[in-house]
Design a protein around this ligand. Structure first.
Ligand SMILES: [Zn+2]
Length: 398
């Protein structure tokens, strides 16, 4: 039995047993709402009566609602499940290396009321801005209930997901994020940004596929740095024991011996060669920047490549090559052959994809069948990931 089949069996077992894996069922309803009980049963490969047993208390508790879908035709109209009401809401905070976002979502809706700002270099200033925004949101929504705040951070988190241990690109260390943002006892969950993005992409996959919930994939997020999130059996993997929260720090694996200096103190790290931010120095050919010259932004390099400029195209091809080399290493290490790329880098996908695939093909991974690499969201996964953390944490508690 392969790992996916094992998880499938475990999932069915858990759902059949008690409502302790109710969160999986809720996740599917959230991703695919409105959805019939029959479709839930089929996608989770469980009995319809098991769906009913799990769903009924949630309808009674006012968390879910069941409506008759007016399909316009004759005959029996299907009954569909969705989340009830928009009174409960969630705040997501994405603390990015360059820019940060704060936004709101509900269980039925999409992201709304998004604020985007340049991330202050000083951590207290950044958290102060975020807290002000949260207080404004609460004041503007008097009749509604803020259930959970999800915060995604560009670095390692502690085991109970309340603090940021180290964000190399911001040089922030030991930041008690949930203490700093605490308001009215609302639960706050702090998550690594790549893990959060992986949670977001996992839900997008559920939405756009007719398959079950079972997905194993590696998320590679490339923006200012590179982070890796792991989704195994549709759950994100955070490492175990003392390394919980550190799983997926692949951006700092050495890819060029004695290579470029990295902010982490080492040389030749993957993110110095394959992140969107690495494009500027690759574009300049590693010569120092001239007086009065500004570093080209990633989207500007993509725009030049689209206009046919050779140097931009070559830069993006080099990034694709380095990214592919690293991805092949990650696939070999983890043993999951499906990869989703997210982050700013996705804007240059048309130029990056070819060399990336060639690099994977050259590796031992390329000798196997069934590996896949696809582009995910260039931007939505940032705030979307933070909101996902908030909602998932809440749904796990109902
Ligand atoms: Zn490094």
């Amino acid at each position: 039995m392969n790992s996916s089949a094992v998880f499938q069996t475990e999932l069915a077992g858990n759902l059949t047993g008690l409502a302790n894996k109710r969160s999986l069922l809720l996740r599917l309803i959230r991703a695919a709402q409105p959805i019939t009980r029959t479709e839930i049963a089929s996608r989770l490969e469980i009995d319809k009566s098991t769906v009913t047993d799990n769903v009924k208390p949630l309808i009674d508790a006012g968390i879910l609602r069941e409506d008759t879908l007016d399909s316009g035709g004759h005959g029996r109209k299907p009954r569909v499940l969705s989340f009830a009401g928009d009174r409960d809401y969630f705040i997501g905070v994405n603390l990015g290396v360059r820019r940060s976002q704060v936004g709101i979502t509900t269980l039925t809706g999409e992201i709304s009321d998004e604020l985007d700002f340049e991330t202050p270099k000083d951590v207290n200033a950044a958290l102060g801005m975020v807290k002000d925004r949260i207080e404004n949101i609460i004041a503007a929504n008097p009749g509604n209930v803020l259930k959970t705040i999800g915060v995604s951070v560009p670095g390692m988190t502690d085991t109970d997901r309340s603090a940021l241990i180290y964000a190399p690109n911001l040089d922030w260390r030991s930041v008690r994020v949930s203490d700093a943002l605490q308001i009215d006892g609302v639960p706050i969950v702090v998550e690594n940004d790549s893990t959060a993005a992986a949670m977001y992409e996992a839900r997008m996959k559920i939405r756009h596929s007719s398959e079950g919930l079972m997905t194993d994939f590696i998320l590679v997020r490339s923006g200012t740095g590179i982070g890796v999130g792991l989704v195994i059996g549709s759950e994100v993997y955070r490492g175990s024991g003392l390394t919980r929260g550190i799983a997926g720090e692949f951006g700092h694996m050495t890819i060029v011996a004695g290579g470029k200096q990295c902010v982490c103190g080492n040389r030749g790290c993957w993110e110095r060669y394959a992140s969107a931010a690495a494009a500027a120095s690759l574009y300049l050919g590693d010569r120092p920047i001239r007086r009065g010259e500004t570093l080209p932004r990633f989207v500007e390099i993509v725009a030049k490549a689209e206009n046919g400029e050779n140097r931009s195209r070559r830069t993006l091809e080099m990034i694709g090559d380095y990214l592919g080399i690293g991805i092949a290493n990650v696939i070999m290490g983890i043993g999951i052959p499906r990869v989703v790329i997210s982050g700013r880098l996705v804007y240059g996908w048309q130029f990056i994809e070819g060399p990336l695939r060639e690099a994977i093909d050259r590796s031992i991974v390329g000798k196997t069948n069934g590996w896949s690499v696809e582009a995910g969201s260039p931007a939505g996964a940032a705030l979307g990931g933070a909101l996902e953390v908030a909602v998932e944490s809440y749904l796990a508690s109902v």
